[in-house]
Structures are given as C-alpha cells and as structure tokens.
Design a protein around this ligand. Structure first.
Ligand code: NAP
Ligand code: MG
Length: 483
C-alpha cells in the first residue's frame, strides 16, 4: 500500500519516511540484559495497512519466571544498593537517548499502533522522555520528596500496559520504578510491542546493568503469569476495568502492593458563557485524540441547553474538516483503529446506540479501503441509561447530552461507574471551582483537555482504578515511605 492509497483530505500527501531506521524481522525477549528466544512467536501488524511489520516472542510462564529471576538478582545485588545519584544518571541517559531517537520512536509507534504521526511526534515521545527526566531528578532526592520519612525501595515490580500509548505507558511505569531503586519486568500489549522492544535496545545502549529492566512480550496469559508470580513485590497495571478487577482478586491476600489505572467515561461540560470556538476545539481534542483510544477521553459531552444547537452545528462543521487516513501523513488528524478486535467492539456499541434510539451523525468523507478505520461519530438524543453513555467505547464516538444547571451537569457527569477525568468550559472562575470539586474524577481540566505533565498525578476513582501515576503521589507508589 502506498501513501497515495490513503485519503488526504484535499491536502498534498506529506508522509513521514520510515527508511531511516531498522525494524528487525523478528524480536526475542529482553531478559537479564540478553535477547532470549521464546518458544513461539506472533506477528505484529500495521493496523492502517494490514501488513505484518515484525514477529515478536511470546513469553510463557518459564520465560516470565526467568525474567523475574533476572530482576530479583539485579535488585538484590546491584540496583537497590547503587548510590541513588548513579541511578539518576542512567535515567538521564535514557531520557536523552529517547530525545535523540525521537523520530524513529514516533514513526514506529504510528506504524505499530495506527496513531497519527503528529501525536506520536508531539505528544507520546516527548512526554516519554519527560517522564524519564522528571524521575531522574528525584532519584537522589527521595528524602526531600517525603520530608521526615524513611524512604526505601520495594523490590521487583511486574508491570502490564495497554496498546493506546505503548511507549508512554512504558515510560510512566519504568521511570518511577527505577528512580526509587526497584527493578522491573514489563509486559507490553499484544498489538503494540515494538516501541517497548526498541526501548529495550536503547536501554542496552544506555549501559543499564543486566536485569534492571526486562521486557517480555506476549498476550494476556503472559501478563497473568507476571502478576501472579510469587516473587513480584508490586504490580502496576494499566488496562481495562475487567482485567483490573481480576488482578485485584489475584493479588488479594498476597501482600503485594498494587496500582490499577483503568477505564473511563469522562464528561466534558460546556457552559453558555464558555469561549465557544475554543470549546469546540477542546471537544474535538477530547474525543478524537488518538482515535478516542484514550482512558481519559471526553467521550460524553454535556452542553448547556441554551447553546446546544450552536455548539453541535459548529462541531459538525469542524469534524467535516478532520483528515482521517494515513497515520504517517503529517496532515492526518485521525489515524487507524488499533486492531480488528477493537474496531468490532466500536461497531457493536455504535449499533447498540442506534438500536437504543440515539441519533447518529458522521461526516461525509470516506475512509481508506485497507486497514481498520472508523469515522468520527456523534450521537445526540442520548439518555443517561443508554449503553453508549455508560460504557467505555474507546473509539472516536461522542455521546452528547444537554443540561440546564451546574447541579444537573454534576449529577449526570457523576452517574457512571467510572471516575477518571472530566473537563469544564466556562468564563467564570467560581464555576470552575464549583464544578471541579463536584466532579468525582481524578483529573479535571478547565478550558482545556488531555493535557499531561509528569509532575502531575494521574489516576481514577471508582472503577477507574486505585493509585496515582506521576508527581509525588506516583512516586510514593514505588517506595516504602515510613514515618
Ligand atoms: P486490557 O485488555 O485490560 O489489556 C491491558 C494489558 O493487560 C495488555 O497488555 C493485556 O495483554 C494484558 N492482559 C490481558 N488479560 C490479562 C490478565 N488476565 N492478566 C494480566 N494481564 C492481562 O486493556 P486494553 O484493551 O489493552 O486497553 C484498553 C483499556 O486500558 C481501556 O479500558 C482504557 O481505559 C485503559 N487505560 C487506562 C489508562 C489509565 O491510566 N487509567 C491508560 C490507558 C488505558 P494483551 O494485549 O495481550 O491482551
Ligand atoms: Mg501492531
């Protein structure tokens, strides 16, 4: 498939090249500083073209055990004993190497996962480097992070991550763990293993001692073997609420520490006094960023009744101009859906939305022939009880409702099993305070959406999870803090 097979929304194609680096035909597992052959392999494909990019190892229980042993040895003999400033130097080196190889990481991320190159280039990769920089700085300052406390490491951490931000989630997990003196075994998602494997190569280049970071690719079983391994001291999981619940059951009574970052169904609330054009951009960014494969996506829009018609009209006009197509094209706004499985799930919930009586709208443009695609989609006439209002779709689908008063907006916004994020658009500061304290969500943005920073803790309430990542709260999840 060539760049010309994609639609480019009337713009001349501007594809980022993919010939300036190597993707190997196959990758082994990264265990104890060496590349170890797995008993079997699986293919990772490009969801925009259906082409096989590479084959990667499938780690079974034996390989997971080997990785945990490597991490334990590195923890006991070396990493937990190393002067913290030395640990920090490794993290700084990894951060700088990510910056140096940013273009390569961005292209591989977009090829393996389907996200637009503008996002992997401007968000995923710089933020991944920022997480290493931030935590590198903490490595030798932990006693100042928690004044008056004794701070020590935990041990071996088992980490399982999803496919929506593969490199960024790896950075969110590995950087704080290492800064606090722990060693890790990381299991990337099945459909997006490549940037984690590239990160393993980079970690080797950085000279990190063997066993400090181990990367085992595979499927759900691999993740389960890691989480259940008796020599893992802490479990860090990002993924669906269903798997998060199973993990919580499996760690119960084991004494393992755990953090769970799970699903969401965020309310993005627009008041009549909001700057409307900016709010429309925020709504678009909130739900169509990364094809809506975002745990904190603003997937429910609440518009104050007096401006609903105007906002929806402007929103439709804006969506007509979004370019859906080649993830490697710099004009692209919406890339490919990450997998056939995810596309089927989105299609199913959209059908449920129509069957339950909500009114669907999609823009007039087409989508490419090959690969997994879904047009940006709006639903109006939604009721609180509709499944598309209650369940996480994890795709470019927005459910729109109206409200009259702030109290009504808060009541409706909080009426889901989730509590991860939210957004408020208004000109009035006092309304921002009222809404943000009323919303039962871990992160609430005001007059912006989807803004991330390593210094700011991220995490949810209710079925969106337990624990925080980023900032001091995230740091405390990776150490023993005793007063
Ligand atoms: P998922 O199915 O729960 O998978 C997440 C990871 O867990 C993958 O690596 C998966 O492996 C692995 N896994 C599957 N079954 C497992 C088991 N029984 N034990 C241990 N590991 C297991 O979620 P997903 O579909 O990849 O990701 C989307 C979900 O992640 C959404 O619900 C989204 O909201 C959530 N998410 C949350 C945050 C947050 O910070 N709160 C951030 C990003 C995403 P395979 O890939 O092989 O299945
Ligand atoms: Mg893939």
């Amino acid at each position: 498939m060539s760049a010309n097979d994609f639609l480019s929304g009337g713009f001349a194609a501007a594809p980022e090249s993919s010939d300036h680096f190597e993707i190997k035909k196959s990758y082994d597992l990264f265990i104890d500083g060496k590349w170890v052959k797995a008993p079997k392999q699986f293919e990772t494909i490009n969801p925009a073209t259906d082409e096989v990019i590479s084959r990667v190892g499938f780690a079974g229980k034996k390989e997971v055990n080997q990785a945990v042993k490597g991490a334990r040895k590195a923890y006991d003999n070396l990493w937990s004993k190393m002067p913290p400033a030395e640990r920090g130097k490794y993290l700084f080196r990894i951060a700088r190497l990510i910056q140096e190889r940013a273009r390569e990481f961005a292209v591989v991320e977009s090829m393996d996962g389907g996200k637009p190159i503008r996002e992997s280039r401007d968000v995923d990769v710089p933020l991944a480097a920022a997480h290493f920089f931030y935590h590198a700085g903490w490595a030798d300052k932990l006693k100042y992070a928690f004044p008056g406390a004794e701070v020590s490491s935990i041990g071996v951490v088992g980490q399982v991550i999803p496919w929506n931000f593969p490199l960024l989630m790896a950075a969110w997990k590995i950087a704080p763990a290492l800064a606090c003196g722990n060693t890790v075994v990381l299991k990337p998602a099945e459909t997006t293993p490549l940037t984690a494997l590239k990160l393993a190569e980079l970690i080797q280049d950085a000279g990190l001692p063997p066993g400090v970071v181990n990367i085992v690719t595979g499927a759900g079983d691999t993740g389960q073997a890691l989480i259940e391994h008796p020599d893992v001291d802490k479990v860090a999981f990002t993924g669906s609420t269903a798997v998060g619940k199973a993990i919580r059951r499996s760690v119960a009574g084991t004494g393992k520490r755990f953090t769970l970052e799970l699903g969401g169904k965020a309310a993005n609330i627009v008041f009549e006094d909001a700057p409307i054009n900016e709010a429309v951009e925020g709504i678009v960014n909130g739900i169509f960023f990364n094809q809506g494969h975002v745990c904190c996506a603003g997937s429910r829009l609440f518009v104050q009744e007096s401006i609903a018609d105007k906002v929806i009209k402007k929103l439709k006009k804006r969506i007509e101009s979004l370019v859906v197509g080649n993830p490697l094209d710099k004009n692209t706004d919406i890339g490919a859906i990450n997998s056939g499985e995810q596309l089927a799930r989105i299609k199913n919930l959209v059908k449920v939305g129509k069957d339950e009586g909500a009114c669907m709208w999609q823009p007039s443009g087409g989508v490419p022939r090959k690969g997994n695609w879904f047009k940006p989609t709006l639903f109006t006439e939604c009721a609180q009880s509709h499944r598309i209002v209650q369940e996480e779709i994890f795709g470019p689908v927005l459910a729109i409702q109206t409200f009259r008063t702030p109290q009504e907006a808060i009541a409706k916004a909080n009426n889901t099993p989730y509590g991860l994020s939210g957004g408020v658009w208004t000109d009035k500061g006092s309304k921002i305070f009222k809404m943000t304290t009323g919303l039962n969500a871990g992160v609430v943005w005001a007059n912006t959406f989807n803004k991330f920073d390593p210094t700011s803790p991220f995490g949810g309430y209710k079925e969106s999870g337990i624990g925080r990542e980023g900032g001091l709260h995230g740091l405390s999840a990776y150490c023993q803090v005793s007063y």
